[in-house]
Design a protein around this ligand. Sequence first.
Ligand SMILES: N[C@@H](CCC(=O)N[C@@H](CS)C(=O)NCC(=O)O)C(=O)O
Length: 235
Amino acid sequence: MGIIFLEVTILLKLIYFKMRALAEAPQMLMHCNNIEYEYLMSWEHFADHWSKVKPNLAFKQLPMLEVEGGHQIFQSIAILKFLESRAGLSISDPIQEAKANAILQSAQELFAPLNPTVNFAVDDDFLSKRDAMRPMLANRFQELSNCLAENGSKFFTDDKPRAAEFATFHHLDLSKKLDDSLIKQFPRLERLVDDMMCLQGMSEYLLRRPTLIGVGKGPKLVIGGIEHSTGVEQT
Ligand SMILES: N[C@@H](CCC(=O)N[C@@H](CS)C(=O)NCC(=O)O)C(=O)O
């Protein structure tokens, strides 16, 4: 009797909260590279309140990517690098790889205060945080723009979008919710955004993801037609 080998595809699980923040770039990368995954809110995956879950996690924060063998990958940069490799997009030249990692880290440093402010701050707190972070954003946008101008290709390394491009795209996209005039000072970054928008899978992802409304006033995510306050607990 012959032996039948069944190929089992392990579905990746991305666990996060009700926020438009660190789970965006990984999801865009997966969508644009046909990597199947399941997105679960913390309470769906762990079936408990975040305050109970948090102390038991390796780095006490999300996102987390659960992969083969139940292994849990924390830290958004590590998650993006794992997915980049999974998509067959790893850069073989160590120098180019290091430079791409520097760009990825520099893009992720935009996370705070940009992402918490857009997702949570309201009224005067929102306005003062927005005004205070403008110079920092402009400096980093200039640096990212310089990286693109220096190498002369479509994306940071060559003509393929990888972790650094998806992370940069997310933060540029989110900055429009803070102040849509900021990116307009950087035509090379606007071109990057346009090129990313043209990727197969990107517009479908952007249309299907929860809509973020009420920024600066009372931010909410519209999930399945229902408005939910942003946050770490089930509503
Ligand atoms: N360095 C971490 C930062 C993760 C992070 O700040 N996660 C926030 C949500 S965006 C979180 O878990 N907040 C809940 C908490 O800290 O209790 C990464 O890049 O993944």
